[in-house]
Design a protein around this ligand. Structure first.
Ligand code: GLN
Length: 303
């Protein structure tokens, strides 16, 4: 079967599913997204894109933004980042505060909220929030080769008004001296990075900076690409990371907007969007769709 035939088959399968999970309702702006949306795009190393369903409809990338901010933070401070954030799976919910006290304000990894807030704080050391966000959006546009990528201010505001958990995390980090800026400032930036909107096509194209394919322009060092992928497979789905690695066999990063970015090292980048989530906050049908794709295209990194 060709990639396009595989995608068409997956689209049909997913359109028949009754259980589509639940949209994230703790961010009011996301609660109104249509549960029946489904998009899937595969960008090959050479830029050829295969897609199906709502692959051109922009959605809120939310925590998928954390792979881009991690790349920028590593570019700015290198391995010093690891003095402030760990590299272990958390085994806890993405917004958990539990571990942070035990581990003296050092978040387990850069993809849980506490860790991502520290990563954003690192980026703010050398820029204002507006500059940091402009740099982030430019990086993403360049990676996607598409200038039509924006932040949805209404989503950022909606999260700011209801983000008590993230404010608690930021203040807690600050109490352990692991936040250099005022919680309002770092979180203002964090909420805006999460509110970036991209379609599956744009996200799949942008994700190619993480596949280390030969002949492609390198946005970041190949060694860093390998390490970000290692973190994606171990931590990219929070306390669902083991299950995703077991079922799909590829590095992935999910967001509560229902998107997942998945890399096929050396070959392709995949973006899927289905807004209904599992109780762990990962796209239910998104994971099923990439599981089918990885199996049918024989793309597991484990052979
Ligand atoms: N902006 C969301 C939050 O901080 C991102 C969470 C996610 O996508 N897992 O709660």
């Amino acid at each position: 079967m060709s990639i396009q035939e595989i995608l068409d088959h997956i689209h049909l399968e997913m359109s028949r599913r009754d259980n589509r999970g639940q949209v994230a309702s703790y961010i009011p702006e996301l609660a109104s997204v249509d549960l029946n949306r489904f998009g899937l795009a595969v960008a090959m190393a050479d830029g050829q894109v295969y897609s199906v369903g709502d692959a051109d409809v922009p959605f809120s990338i939310q925590s998928i933004s954390k792979v881009f901010t991690l790349a920028l933070a590593l570019g700015k401070v290198g391995n010093k980042l690891w003095e402030r954030v760990g590299r272990e799976p958390s085994g806890n919910a993405f917004n958990s505060i539990l571990q942070l006290e035990h581990e003296q304000g050092i978040p387990r990894n850069p993809f849980i909220n506490a860790g991502a807030i520290v990563v954003t704080d690192v980026i703010l050391a050398s820029s204002s929030p507006a500059e940091a966000l402009a740099e982030l959006v430019s990086f993403i546009r360049y990676a996607a080769d598409d200038s039509n990528i924006y932040i949805n201010d209404a989503v950022a505001l909606s999260e700011k008004q209801t983000g008590h958990r993230n404010f608690a995390l930021a203040h807690f980090l600050r109490s352990f001296d692991n936040l250099d800026h005022a919680p309002e400032l770092t979180l203002g930036t964090y909420f805006h990075q999460c509110a970036i909107e991209m379609s599956c096509r744009q996200l799949a194209l942008a994700g190619r900076f993480l596949i280390n394919a030969s002949g492609m322009p390198q946005l970041i060092a190949p060694g860093r690409v390998r390490r970000i992928n290692a973190l994606m497979i171990t931590c990219g789905h929070y306390d669902g990371s083991g299950d995703f690695a077991y079922r799909v066999g590829l590095p992935g990063k999910s967001g509560v907007g229902g998107g997942i970015l998945v890399t096929v090292p050396g070959k392709a980048s995949i973006a899927v969007w289905s807004p209904g989530l599992t109780p762990l906050g990962n796209s239910l049908l998104g994971a099923e769709a990439v599981q089918m794709l990885a199996q049918q295209a024989e793309w597991s990194i484990f052979g």
